[in-house]
Design a protein around this ligand. Structure first.
Ligand SMILES: *Cc1c(COP(=O)(O)O)cnc(C)c1O
Length: 360
Protein backbone atom coordinates (compact mmCIF):
# COMPACT_ATOMS: atom_id res chain seq x y z
CA UNK A 1 0.00 0.00 0.00
CA UNK A 2 1.38 3.40 -0.91
CA UNK A 3 0.62 6.77 0.63
CA UNK A 4 -1.07 9.39 -1.45
CA UNK A 5 1.72 11.96 -1.42
CA UNK A 6 5.43 11.87 -0.64
CA UNK A 7 5.46 13.44 2.82
CA UNK A 8 8.75 15.10 3.74
CA UNK A 9 7.31 16.86 6.79
CA UNK A 10 9.74 17.50 9.65
CA UNK A 11 7.19 16.76 12.34
CA UNK A 12 4.49 15.79 12.89
CA UNK A 13 5.68 13.52 10.14
CA UNK A 14 4.71 10.54 8.02
CA UNK A 15 3.32 7.48 9.77
CA UNK A 16 3.44 4.05 8.08
CA UNK A 17 0.35 3.58 5.96
CA UNK A 18 -0.27 0.10 7.45
CA UNK A 19 -0.32 1.62 10.91
CA UNK A 20 -2.83 4.29 9.92
CA UNK A 21 -4.99 1.62 8.31
CA UNK A 22 -4.92 -0.46 11.49
CA UNK A 23 -5.80 2.56 13.60
CA UNK A 24 -8.70 3.28 11.27
CA UNK A 25 -9.94 -0.30 11.39
CA UNK A 26 -9.77 -0.41 15.18
CA UNK A 27 -10.93 3.08 16.04
CA UNK A 28 -14.63 2.47 16.53
CA UNK A 29 -14.42 -0.89 18.24
CA UNK A 30 -11.00 -1.90 19.53
CA UNK A 31 -10.58 -5.68 19.24
CA UNK A 32 -14.27 -6.25 19.95
CA UNK A 33 -14.34 -4.59 23.38
CA UNK A 34 -17.33 -2.60 22.15
CA UNK A 35 -15.68 0.82 22.42
CA UNK A 36 -12.80 2.82 21.07
CA UNK A 37 -9.41 2.63 22.72
CA UNK A 38 -9.59 6.40 23.30
CA UNK A 39 -12.78 6.18 25.34
CA UNK A 40 -11.69 3.75 28.02
CA UNK A 41 -9.68 4.27 31.20
CA UNK A 42 -5.91 4.28 31.06
CA UNK A 43 -6.12 1.97 34.11
CA UNK A 44 -8.22 -0.59 32.23
CA UNK A 45 -6.37 -3.81 31.48
CA UNK A 46 -6.89 -3.34 27.73
CA UNK A 47 -4.97 -0.08 27.76
CA UNK A 48 -2.42 -1.15 30.37
CA UNK A 49 -1.50 -4.10 28.13
CA UNK A 50 -0.97 -1.76 25.18
CA UNK A 51 1.14 0.57 27.33
CA UNK A 52 3.28 -2.24 28.74
CA UNK A 53 3.79 -3.79 25.32
CA UNK A 54 4.96 -0.44 23.91
CA UNK A 55 7.47 -0.14 26.73
CA UNK A 56 8.70 -3.70 26.23
CA UNK A 57 9.12 -3.06 22.52
CA UNK A 58 11.19 0.07 23.17
CA UNK A 59 13.44 -1.94 25.48
CA UNK A 60 13.71 -4.63 22.85
CA UNK A 61 14.33 -2.35 19.87
CA UNK A 62 16.98 -0.26 21.60
CA UNK A 63 18.49 -2.97 23.83
CA UNK A 64 17.80 -0.90 26.92
CA UNK A 65 19.79 -2.41 29.82
CA UNK A 66 18.13 -3.41 33.12
CA UNK A 67 19.45 -0.50 35.08
CA UNK A 68 17.60 2.00 32.89
CA UNK A 69 14.05 3.26 33.22
CA UNK A 70 11.72 3.97 30.28
CA UNK A 71 9.13 6.70 30.85
CA UNK A 72 6.36 8.08 28.62
CA UNK A 73 5.60 11.75 29.26
CA UNK A 74 3.68 14.64 27.75
CA UNK A 75 4.79 18.20 27.07
CA UNK A 76 6.99 17.48 24.06
CA UNK A 77 10.76 17.65 23.98
CA UNK A 78 10.40 21.28 25.02
CA UNK A 79 9.22 20.41 28.53
CA UNK A 80 12.48 18.46 28.90
CA UNK A 81 14.44 21.66 28.34
CA UNK A 82 13.11 22.82 31.75
CA UNK A 83 12.49 19.52 33.47
CA UNK A 84 16.10 18.35 33.07
CA UNK A 85 17.68 21.34 34.82
CA UNK A 86 14.92 21.35 37.45
CA UNK A 87 15.64 17.74 38.35
CA UNK A 88 19.40 17.63 37.98
CA UNK A 89 21.09 21.04 37.96
CA UNK A 90 21.56 21.06 41.72
CA UNK A 91 24.07 18.21 41.32
CA UNK A 92 26.78 20.70 40.39
CA UNK A 93 27.40 24.39 40.03
CA UNK A 94 27.14 24.57 36.27
CA UNK A 95 25.46 22.62 33.50
CA UNK A 96 27.36 22.18 30.23
CA UNK A 97 25.42 22.59 27.03
CA UNK A 98 26.66 22.17 23.47
CA UNK A 99 25.14 24.63 21.01
CA UNK A 100 25.06 23.01 17.58
CA UNK A 101 21.74 24.24 16.15
CA UNK A 102 18.36 25.77 16.86
CA UNK A 103 17.12 23.10 19.25
CA UNK A 104 20.22 23.17 21.38
CA UNK A 105 19.98 26.97 21.49
CA UNK A 106 16.43 26.64 22.78
CA UNK A 107 17.50 24.13 25.40
CA UNK A 108 20.23 26.53 26.54
CA UNK A 109 17.80 29.41 26.79
CA UNK A 110 15.38 27.43 28.95
CA UNK A 111 18.08 25.95 31.17
CA UNK A 112 19.59 29.40 31.71
CA UNK A 113 16.37 30.45 33.41
CA UNK A 114 16.87 27.69 35.95
CA UNK A 115 20.58 27.14 36.47
CA UNK A 116 24.00 28.37 35.51
CA UNK A 117 24.89 27.22 32.01
CA UNK A 118 28.29 26.88 30.39
CA UNK A 119 28.02 26.72 26.61
CA UNK A 120 30.85 24.22 26.14
CA UNK A 121 30.90 24.53 22.36
CA UNK A 122 29.01 26.66 19.85
CA UNK A 123 28.89 26.49 16.09
CA UNK A 124 26.76 29.58 15.83
CA UNK A 125 29.63 31.43 14.14
CA UNK A 126 29.62 29.03 11.21
CA UNK A 127 25.82 29.06 11.01
CA UNK A 128 25.64 25.61 12.58
CA UNK A 129 27.29 23.90 9.62
CA UNK A 130 30.22 22.28 11.44
CA UNK A 131 30.47 21.00 15.01
CA UNK A 132 33.75 21.46 16.81
CA UNK A 133 35.72 18.30 17.63
CA UNK A 134 34.80 16.96 21.03
CA UNK A 135 38.43 17.41 22.23
CA UNK A 136 37.88 21.14 21.87
CA UNK A 137 34.68 21.30 23.92
CA UNK A 138 35.23 23.33 27.04
CA UNK A 139 33.53 21.22 29.70
CA UNK A 140 33.96 22.88 33.07
CA UNK A 141 34.63 20.92 36.25
CA UNK A 142 32.17 20.54 39.12
CA UNK A 143 29.42 20.22 36.61
CA UNK A 144 25.97 18.68 36.91
CA UNK A 145 25.33 17.46 33.38
CA UNK A 146 26.57 17.58 29.81
CA UNK A 147 23.78 18.12 27.29
CA UNK A 148 23.76 18.00 23.52
CA UNK A 149 21.38 17.39 20.64
CA UNK A 150 22.31 14.36 18.52
CA UNK A 151 20.55 15.52 15.37
CA UNK A 152 19.64 19.14 14.71
CA UNK A 153 16.39 18.85 12.82
CA UNK A 154 16.44 22.39 11.40
CA UNK A 155 20.08 22.67 10.28
CA UNK A 156 20.45 19.02 9.21
CA UNK A 157 23.65 18.49 11.19
CA UNK A 158 24.44 15.63 13.56
CA UNK A 159 26.94 14.55 16.16
CA UNK A 160 28.39 11.49 14.42
CA UNK A 161 30.64 10.08 17.15
CA UNK A 162 30.45 9.19 20.82
CA UNK A 163 30.89 11.86 23.44
CA UNK A 164 32.98 10.47 26.29
CA UNK A 165 32.68 12.25 29.59
CA UNK A 166 32.63 11.32 33.28
CA UNK A 167 29.65 13.58 33.87
CA UNK A 168 26.06 12.49 33.30
CA UNK A 169 25.38 12.74 29.59
CA UNK A 170 21.96 14.04 28.49
CA UNK A 171 20.94 13.85 24.85
CA UNK A 172 18.05 15.19 22.81
CA UNK A 173 17.38 12.50 20.19
CA UNK A 174 13.99 13.81 19.10
CA UNK A 175 14.62 13.52 15.39
CA UNK A 176 16.97 10.52 15.26
CA UNK A 177 15.85 7.99 17.85
CA UNK A 178 15.05 4.72 16.00
CA UNK A 179 16.87 6.00 12.89
CA UNK A 180 20.31 4.94 14.07
CA UNK A 181 21.72 2.19 16.24
CA UNK A 182 22.89 3.46 19.61
CA UNK A 183 24.57 1.94 22.62
CA UNK A 184 22.31 3.10 25.44
CA UNK A 185 25.05 2.46 28.01
CA UNK A 186 26.99 5.41 26.60
CA UNK A 187 24.27 7.79 27.75
CA UNK A 188 22.70 8.61 31.08
CA UNK A 189 19.56 10.26 29.80
CA UNK A 190 17.96 10.17 26.35
CA UNK A 191 14.76 11.94 25.35
CA UNK A 192 12.74 12.20 22.16
CA UNK A 193 9.34 13.55 21.22
CA UNK A 194 7.20 11.15 19.21
CA UNK A 195 6.11 13.23 16.24
CA UNK A 196 9.29 12.70 14.21
CA UNK A 197 9.73 8.96 14.30
CA UNK A 198 7.08 7.27 16.40
CA UNK A 199 3.65 8.71 16.07
CA UNK A 200 1.45 11.72 16.71
CA UNK A 201 2.64 14.60 18.90
CA UNK A 202 1.96 14.54 22.61
CA UNK A 203 4.25 11.73 23.76
CA UNK A 204 7.86 12.06 24.84
CA UNK A 205 10.02 9.05 25.49
CA UNK A 206 12.61 9.22 28.28
CA UNK A 207 15.27 6.56 28.79
CA UNK A 208 17.39 7.21 31.84
CA UNK A 209 19.75 5.46 34.18
CA UNK A 210 17.84 4.46 37.28
CA UNK A 211 20.54 5.73 39.62
CA UNK A 212 19.87 9.23 38.31
CA UNK A 213 16.34 9.03 39.69
CA UNK A 214 17.70 8.51 43.18
CA UNK A 215 19.87 11.59 42.80
CA UNK A 216 17.16 13.79 41.30
CA UNK A 217 15.78 16.87 43.03
CA UNK A 218 12.94 15.77 45.33
CA UNK A 219 11.88 19.31 46.05
CA UNK A 220 9.61 19.76 43.03
CA UNK A 221 5.93 19.37 42.22
CA UNK A 222 5.25 15.70 41.49
CA UNK A 223 4.27 16.30 37.88
CA UNK A 224 7.78 17.65 37.21
CA UNK A 225 9.64 14.80 38.90
CA UNK A 226 10.99 11.94 36.80
CA UNK A 227 11.08 9.90 39.96
CA UNK A 228 7.35 10.29 40.54
CA UNK A 229 6.52 9.39 36.93
CA UNK A 230 8.77 6.32 37.07
CA UNK A 231 7.21 5.12 40.33
CA UNK A 232 3.74 5.34 38.79
CA UNK A 233 4.84 3.57 35.59
CA UNK A 234 4.16 6.77 33.57
CA UNK A 235 0.58 6.91 34.85
CA UNK A 236 0.94 9.55 37.52
CA UNK A 237 -1.94 11.25 35.77
CA UNK A 238 -3.89 10.47 32.60
CA UNK A 239 -1.39 9.91 29.80
CA UNK A 240 -1.94 10.64 26.13
CA UNK A 241 -3.57 7.28 25.50
CA UNK A 242 -4.05 7.76 21.77
CA UNK A 243 -0.43 8.80 21.23
CA UNK A 244 0.84 5.92 23.31
CA UNK A 245 -1.35 3.46 21.41
CA UNK A 246 -0.15 4.67 17.99
CA UNK A 247 3.48 4.77 19.15
CA UNK A 248 3.08 1.14 20.20
CA UNK A 249 1.91 0.23 16.71
CA UNK A 250 4.91 1.95 15.19
CA UNK A 251 7.27 0.10 17.51
CA UNK A 252 5.82 -3.21 16.37
CA UNK A 253 6.07 -2.02 12.76
CA UNK A 254 9.80 -1.40 13.42
CA UNK A 255 10.15 -4.90 14.82
CA UNK A 256 8.41 -6.43 11.82
CA UNK A 257 10.61 -4.46 9.44
CA UNK A 258 14.05 -5.40 10.67
CA UNK A 259 14.47 -3.20 13.74
CA UNK A 260 16.69 -0.18 14.21
CA UNK A 261 19.62 -1.68 12.29
CA UNK A 262 17.49 -1.86 9.16
CA UNK A 263 16.10 1.64 9.78
CA UNK A 264 19.65 2.99 10.01
CA UNK A 265 20.68 1.26 6.80
CA UNK A 266 17.66 2.71 5.00
CA UNK A 267 18.17 6.20 6.45
CA UNK A 268 21.74 6.28 5.18
CA UNK A 269 20.68 4.94 1.78
CA UNK A 270 17.81 7.42 1.46
CA UNK A 271 19.72 10.51 2.55
CA UNK A 272 22.86 9.60 0.57
CA UNK A 273 20.74 9.38 -2.53
CA UNK A 274 19.89 13.08 -2.15
CA UNK A 275 23.35 14.16 -0.95
CA UNK A 276 24.84 12.62 -4.09
CA UNK A 277 22.51 14.56 -6.33
CA UNK A 278 23.32 17.75 -4.41
CA UNK A 279 27.08 17.13 -4.54
CA UNK A 280 27.01 16.32 -8.25
CA UNK A 281 25.53 19.69 -9.09
CA UNK A 282 26.48 23.35 -8.79
CA UNK A 283 22.81 24.16 -8.70
CA UNK A 284 22.00 22.75 -5.23
CA UNK A 285 23.96 23.47 -2.08
CA UNK A 286 24.13 21.66 1.24
CA UNK A 287 26.31 23.74 3.58
CA UNK A 288 26.87 21.09 6.27
CA UNK A 289 30.33 19.61 6.91
CA UNK A 290 30.18 16.33 4.98
CA UNK A 291 30.85 13.90 7.84
CA UNK A 292 28.28 15.58 10.06
CA UNK A 293 25.37 15.58 7.67
CA UNK A 294 22.11 14.36 9.13
CA UNK A 295 20.76 10.98 8.14
CA UNK A 296 17.22 12.24 8.89
CA UNK A 297 16.95 15.83 7.63
CA UNK A 298 18.51 16.85 4.32
CA UNK A 299 18.71 20.63 3.96
CA UNK A 300 19.58 22.38 0.72
CA UNK A 301 19.36 25.72 -1.00
CA UNK A 302 19.43 26.70 -4.64
CA UNK A 303 22.42 28.62 -5.98
CA UNK A 304 19.82 31.03 -7.34
CA UNK A 305 17.44 31.45 -4.43
CA UNK A 306 14.90 33.29 -6.56
CA UNK A 307 13.96 29.90 -7.95
CA UNK A 308 12.99 28.49 -4.56
CA UNK A 309 9.28 29.17 -4.71
CA UNK A 310 9.18 27.74 -8.24
CA UNK A 311 10.99 24.66 -6.95
CA UNK A 312 8.51 24.20 -4.13
CA UNK A 313 5.36 24.72 -6.17
CA UNK A 314 6.66 22.43 -8.90
CA UNK A 315 7.43 19.82 -6.26
CA UNK A 316 3.84 19.90 -5.04
CA UNK A 317 2.56 19.50 -8.58
CA UNK A 318 4.67 16.33 -8.61
CA UNK A 319 3.23 15.02 -5.36
CA UNK A 320 6.27 16.02 -3.26
CA UNK A 321 5.11 17.88 -0.16
CA UNK A 322 6.40 19.84 2.87
CA UNK A 323 9.86 20.55 1.50
CA UNK A 324 10.05 24.13 2.68
CA UNK A 325 12.87 24.69 5.17
CA UNK A 326 12.13 25.80 8.72
CA UNK A 327 10.86 29.37 8.87
CA UNK A 328 13.97 30.42 10.83
CA UNK A 329 16.48 29.36 8.15
CA UNK A 330 14.58 29.17 4.83
CA UNK A 331 15.74 27.04 1.90
CA UNK A 332 14.56 23.49 1.53
CA UNK A 333 14.48 20.54 3.85
CA UNK A 334 13.57 16.94 3.11
CA UNK A 335 12.87 15.19 6.38
CA UNK A 336 13.38 11.50 5.86
CA UNK A 337 12.17 9.52 8.82
CA UNK A 338 11.69 5.78 8.88
CA UNK A 339 8.17 5.52 7.39
CA UNK A 340 9.17 7.46 4.26
CA UNK A 341 9.73 5.02 1.42
CA UNK A 342 12.83 4.98 -0.77
CA UNK A 343 10.76 5.42 -3.90
CA UNK A 344 9.55 8.78 -2.59
CA UNK A 345 13.17 9.83 -2.15
CA UNK A 346 13.99 8.62 -5.66
CA UNK A 347 11.03 10.58 -6.92
CA UNK A 348 12.32 13.74 -5.22
CA UNK A 349 15.81 13.08 -6.59
CA UNK A 350 14.46 12.78 -10.12
CA UNK A 351 12.47 15.97 -9.68
CA UNK A 352 15.62 17.77 -8.53
CA UNK A 353 17.58 16.54 -11.56
CA UNK A 354 14.78 17.55 -13.95
CA UNK A 355 14.37 20.94 -12.31
CA UNK A 356 18.07 21.63 -12.65
CA UNK A 357 17.98 20.64 -16.32
CA UNK A 358 15.19 23.07 -16.92
CA UNK A 359 16.44 26.04 -14.91
CA UNK A 360 20.16 25.36 -14.27
C1 LIG B 1 11.03 18.70 17.28
C2 LIG B 1 12.19 18.83 18.19
C3 LIG B 1 12.07 19.39 19.48
C4 LIG B 1 10.77 20.00 20.01
O1 LIG B 1 9.80 19.10 20.21
P1 LIG B 1 8.36 19.54 20.81
O2 LIG B 1 7.68 18.23 20.97
O3 LIG B 1 7.72 20.44 19.81
O4 LIG B 1 8.60 20.21 22.10
C5 LIG B 1 13.20 19.43 20.27
N1 LIG B 1 14.38 18.94 19.84
C6 LIG B 1 14.52 18.42 18.62
C7 LIG B 1 15.86 17.89 18.19
C8 LIG B 1 13.44 18.34 17.75
O5 LIG B 1 13.59 17.81 16.52
Amino acid sequence: MKSKIANFSAGPAAIPQEVLQEVKDELLNYKNIGSSIIEISHRDKTFVDIANQAKTDVIDLLNVPNDYEVIFLQGGATLQFSMIPLNFSYLGKVANFAEIGSWSSKAIKEASNICKVNVCTSSKDNNFTKIENFDEWNIVQDTSIVHYCKNETIQGVRVNHDIETNYPLFVDMSSCLFSETIDIKKYDFIYACAQKNFGPSGITLIILKRELLEKSNKDLPNILKYDAHAKENSMLNTPNTFGWYVAGKIFSWYKKNGGVKEMEKNSIKKTNHLYQIIDNSDFYINPVFQEQRSICNVVFTLQNNELESKFLSGAEENGLFYLKGHRSVGGMRASIYNPLEFEHVEHLGQYMIDFEKKYG
